[in-house]
Design a protein around this ligand. Structure first.
Ligand code: FAD
Length: 395
């Protein structure tokens, strides 16, 4: 019969790789996409939903097109195991699905106990909103309930995590909502385990300009280290101080989605090593790992990166299975962040295999003191990117 590709995870990486393999092989390869959800809400632009710039519906996408337009079989449910010898995936309901090539793209799982006092249960009160969906709605509801003078406490994650500028774009969007409602005595306080963060200069300049006194960022030199959280009391204990908030957004440390370790594809870092020329797992030549779950060298964990890696994996898999031509791997990423209406900053790079990893060859980042027209053009570019990547994922 036809060669079979199974993809675990229907996000930025998984949906793209499934669609490219199905589309470019014209039915010569049988593609099955295993995804636990019926719909996919993008983390990208979820901060703009929090800020009131986007509706929840506009960031939520259906898998119908992948099935009807590309003949992809979608299996809804959790993959719980992989038998790499037998080349089968086991589902939570006990079903098994066999493959010739497997793509593992489960995104991240949160390491709940990386923040002492936090847990999955408590994320119903103090959401992380680092996986989009109900968590994102909880975050927005908490923000919208803030009264003048109340504070929001955010605990930012340690490296490596998905979307390096994400926490800081989120703080900007929270301040945007507070400011628009006239709650000028309210604040967003960010407690960071890191001593610096992505695009820090342009973020802090933007906060000063648009939200004076409304966003405070503290690294370990100020708080000494985050010790524990008490979600019931709304407090964060640090080595040097106790911080209090009416609402908390706690973003724990991250690792590859559980199936990656269950399949024996992760190393001690909690993420999966890959060959930079192909996105093939270094543990198994029949398996590819893309997106947040893999160790992508200089590339950040982003939707843009996952989509870019998916295209290299799709090409390599078609080379393996139907002798399609394989070109040298090239990757790209850009991360845009909206600070305030029409004030968007960006950071990005091009990458190629080099020094045994995916290595950056050229890069760019927004500068301080840029003119408003450029920042507005960045915003329009990001909106174009969002429309483009979601079409590239879902057809
Ligand atoms: P995901 O997109 O998370 O997809 C993984 C999928 O796998 C999920 O749908 C999950 O349900 C499914 N799954 C997992 N395990 C299993 C299993 N065992 N069985 C079945 N299904 C499973 N990136 C950008 O490029 N630009 C941005 O502006 C941006 N903004 C962001 C803002 C925020 C607040 C956050 C949190 C992230 C942002 N990102 C952004 C990062 C981006 O969302 C991720 O890097 C990207 O989604 C990674 O893609 P992925 O395919 O690896 O994982």
């Amino acid at each position: 019969g036809k060669p079979r590709v199974v993809v675990i995870g229907g996000g930025a990486g998984g949906a793209t790789v499934a669609r490219y393999i199905a589309k470019d092989s014209d039915g010569a390869i049988d593609v099955t996409l295993i995804e636990n959800s019926d719909v996919y809400t993008t983390c990208f632009y979820s901060n703009l939903y929090v800020g009131g710039f986007r509706s929840f519906d506009s960031i939520t996408h259906s898998y119908d097109g992948l099935q009807s337009n590309y003949g992809i079989t979608k299996v809804t449910g959790m993959a719980t195991g992989v038998d790499r010898e037998a080349k089968t995936v086991t589902m939570a309901d006990g079903a098994t699905i066999s493959y010739d090539r497997l793509v593992v793209a489960p995104g991240i799982d949160l390491i709940w106990d990386s923040v002492e006092g936090y847990s999955e249960d408590l994320s119903e009160v103090a959401p992380h909103a680092w996986k989009a969906g109900p968590q994102t709605k909880l975050l927005k509801a908490g923000l919208d309930a803030i009264e003048n003078g109340q504070q929001i406490l955010m605990v930012a994650p340690p490296n490596p995590y998905r979307c390096p500028p994400g926490p800081y774009e989120r703080a900007s969007m929270m301040a945007h909502v507070l400011k628009a409602k006239g709650l000028s005595d309210s604040k967003v306080i960010i407690l960071d385990p890191k001593d610096k963060f992505s695009k820090q200069g342009v973020f802090q300049e933007g906060w000063e300009k648009h939200y004076p006194g409304m966003i405070e960022w503290y690294g370990p030199d100020v708080h000494g280290g985050i010790v524990s959280v008490d979600v019931g009391n709304g407090t964060v204990e640090t080595d040097l101080d106790t911080f209090k908030g009416a609402f908390m957004n706690i973003i724990p440390a991250q690792k590859a989605g559980a199936i990656a370790a269950a399949a024996g594809l992760a190393d001690d870092s909690g993420f999966c090593p890959i060959e930079p020329e192909s996105m093939r797992s270094t543990m198994d030549e029949a398996v590819f790992v893309i997106g947040d779950a893999c160790i992508a060298g200089d590339m950040p964990k982003s939707g843009f990166s996952a989509n870019s890696q998916a295209k290299v994996a799709a090409m390599t898999i078609r080379g393996d299975l139907v002798d399609a031509k394989v070109f040298p791997a090239r990757y790209a990423n850009t991360c845009w962040s909206l600070i305030e209406t029409d004030d968007s900053v960006k950071v990005g790079a091009q990458y190629e295999p080099g020094d045994g990893k995916i290595a950056s060859t050229q890069s760019f980042v927004s500068q301080m003191d840029e003119d408003a027209a450029l920042r507005k053009a960045n915003y329009e570019e990001s909106a174009g990117w969002y429309a483009g990547i979601t079409a590239d994922m879902f057809g």
